[in-house]
Design a protein around this ligand. Structure first.
Ligand SMILES: Cc1cc2nc3c(=O)[nH]c(=O)nc-3n(C[C@H](O)[C@H](O)[C@H](O)COP(=O)(O)OP(=O)(O)OC[C@H]3O[C@@H](n4cnc5c(N)ncnc54)[C@H](O)[C@@H]3O)c2cc1C
Length: 595
């Protein structure tokens, strides 16, 4: 395995970073904590008391809340200082987003504004466009929306029919078309709209003022969750847009759309953390109050299991998300040193880590779905009632698996992009993978190194990587250039890669925490890690077997690969019941998430 600082995404399959190579959330500094606290105070004061009114879409309320957030500076975190923002780093902005993520529909409106709404201009706007729009977006004087999806162009976004025709005098584009599911659509002032110019086959992007003549809206969509978030169809009927409002170059729209989505995916991954932690707190406080059979329900093993799993999925997600965010931030610094401006440096760095963005969006949204589902279960009938707080969390969580690219598409992307990056020579995946596959004939079961805790976990993780590499190599050998037609197997591989990245991130975090604070400090963290390692072994084994059994016709080869998978996923037995109980007991004792 190569030792290198992680400056390219997707290479985690072939590298072996040390604890000191990664960032852990315990390393956020005072200023970052202060910003996060400001967001939490804002939610406490302005959002949580209003949840019912927000969900009823009280006229003007969401707009007013965004303006208030703007007054506090919360909308300008990533906007450069020369445009009245705070010019904070990618990592800091992600920490802020985690806190806001607890805010139900408000968090969706916030993230659509500061993220997919504003960032296209930060990353791709020219000086004139930035000067005109960013100061107003930073203060909340204007709000923003991102208009990509159309009724017949969802996942296949490039098939959109919205057209931009250059006017005869060459001064305007005339836009006609229809956009669907536009978050903040009901009140946004500034729209980033994707359309094809003339007979182009690829999209271009435009900045359009929402009050332009020819723009009309459908009524609010009636939705299952995030009811307070404005979601509209927007119609463009001969809308005149000055040529100076073309964002980036002609034909660059699809690239802009995709890169903005990479950023949005990572943001969704961190926002899910904020929502998870709030929901865990609601789960444990209720479990610590509710009595049945004369005992608090938090004393029952079945409930402890749920509480512990909520913590495990949140802690492990958090470890991975901030590792990736800091890796992106490190690459931003390298790009800045090369002379790139901040916007370009950031978006290029995010794009390099598109594999991690996709995986962490999927993992974050699915971890949150687990957390809210079990929260509802812990609350029992009161969970199902609208009188309690968790039905909203349950309903609001579900959208996360659909927008910013569905989880199916993000799984496919994670595998496809990894393989393509390797084919382009960004890292040597196939050299390692071929060596692993060639070596399985002579593979014997080595003794597990149990003398040193981290050596043992490292050994497992190395083996998990071998399992993934073996499957990727066999799959590539079998389907050559036609991999993408085998979606089930691509998804199996994504389901191997995701827990692998997360388990490694968690191990490095726990190791770093122990280096800083001593062994006693990480006893519970080790329980979390141990359970996650144990589950990852079974998950990788299952997905790997599903994959190879689906494509390998030669029984001998198939059996050999199955044996190798068993060896690569062998871990020592673990008393998972007691480990989960200890995690739950700590949560129950603290009566809130403190991990
Ligand atoms: C509440 C809400 C807010 C939204 N906000 C915005 C916004 O602000 N701006 C914006 O532009 N869009 C927004 N969207 C749109 C959202 O991004 C799309 O809904 C999403 O991309 C999926 O597109 P679709 O709904 O057309 O589903 P489809 O693309 O029709 O997908 C349907 C199913 O088919 C699967 N599928 C599709 N293609 C493939 C494939 N090639 N291989 C395998 N499976 C596939 C999908 O995974 C999914 O399970 C929002 C949507 C909602 C519901």
């Amino acid at each position: 395995m190569e030792q290198m600082k992680n400056l390219t995404g997707g290479d985690f399959l072939v590298t072996e970073p040390l604890a000191n190579d990664i960032f852990i959330p315990e390393e956020f500094d005072e200023e970052q904590h202060m910003m996060a606290k400001t967001c939490e105070d804002f939610l406490d004061a302005e959002v949580f008391p209003m949840l019912e009114r927000i969900d009823n879409q009280e006229l003007g309320l969401m707009r007013k809340l965004l303006s208030k957030a703007g007054e506090l500076g919360l909308l300008g975190i990533t906007i450069p200082e020369e445009y009245e923002g705070f010019g904070q780093s990618f990592l800091t902005s992600m920490r802020v987003n985690e806190s806001i993520g607890a805010g139900y529909s408000f968090s969706v409106a916030y993230s659509a504004h500061v993220g997919i709404g504003t960032m296209p201009i930060v990353y791709y706007g020219n000086d004139k466009q930035k000067s005109k729009y960013l100061p107003k977006l930073a203060t909340g004087a204007w709000t923003a929306a991102y208009c990509l999806t159309e009724p017949n162009a969802g996942t296949d976004a490039n098939s959109g029919k919205t057209r931009a025709i250059l006017s005869e005098d060459g001064k305007h584009y005339i836009i006609n078309g229809q956009k669907m599911w536009i978050t903040n659509g009901g009140f946004a002032d500034v729209l980033t709209v994707f359309a094809k110019i003339d007979k182009d086959r690829v999209l271009s992007a435009f900045i359009i003022k929402a009050n332009s003549r020819g723009i009309t809206l459908n009524p609010e969509e009636k939705k299952m969750g995030i009811k307070g978030s404005s979601t509209r169809q927007i119609f463009f009927n001969d809308v005149k847009v000055p040529v100076g409002n073309l964002l980036g170059k002609r034909g660059e729209g699809f690239r802009i759309a995709l890169n903005i989505l990479h950023m949005g995916r990572m943001k969704l991954g961190v926002m899910a953390l904020g929502a998870s932690k709030r929901t865990i707190n609601q789960s444990v406080t209720y479990a610590n109050e509710r009595k049945q059979f004369g005992s608090l329900i938090s004393s029952f093993g079945a409930i402890k299991y749920k509480l512990a799993e909520q913590v495990i999925r949140t802690f492990t997600s958090e470890s991975a998300v901030y590792r990736a965010c800091k890796n992106i931030e490190n690459l931003v610094s390298v790009n800045l040193e090369k002379g790139m401006d901040r916007g370009k440096a950031e978006i290029e760095s995010i794009a390099k880590f598109s594999v991690e963005c996709a995986m962490l969006k999927v993992n974050g949204s699915e971890a949150l779905d687990y957390v809210v589902d079990e929260a509802l279960q812990i609350w029992g009938g009161m969970g199902y009632s609208s009188e309690g707080p968790v039905d909203r969390a349950y309903r609001d969580s579900r959208i996360n698996r659909i927008f910013e690219g569905t989880n199916e598409i993000n799984r496919l992307l994670a595998t496809d992009t990894t393989i393509k990056k390797a084919q382009k020579g960004e890292f040597d995946l196939f050299g390692h993978a071929k060596a692993v596959l060639d070596g399985i004939n002579d593979l014997t079961q080595p003794e597990i190194p149990t003398d040193n805790y981290y050596e043992e976990i490292r050994y497992y993780i190395r083996n998990f990587k071998n399992a993934v590499l073996m499957v990727i190599q066999a799959f590539s050998d079998r389907f050559q250039k036609n991999l993408i037609s085998e979606q089930e197997i691509m998804m199996n591989i994504a389901d191997m890669m995701m827990p692998l990245y997360i388990v490694e991130s968690t191990m490095l975090r726990v190791e770093k925490l122990e280096q800083k604070n001593g062994g006693h400090y990480v006893e519970i963290h080790k329980d979390i890690l141990n359970v996650y390692v144990y589950d990852t072994a079974s998950n990788i084994l299952k997905s790997g077997r599903d994959a190879i059994s689906s494509f390998e016709p030669e029984v001998d080869k198939l059996m050999k690969m199955c044996e190798a998978l068993f060896i690569y996923t062998k871990v020592m037995p673990l008393d998972v019941k007691e480990a989960r109980r200890r995690i739950a007991d700590r949560l129950i004792y603290d009566n809130k998430y403190t991990f």
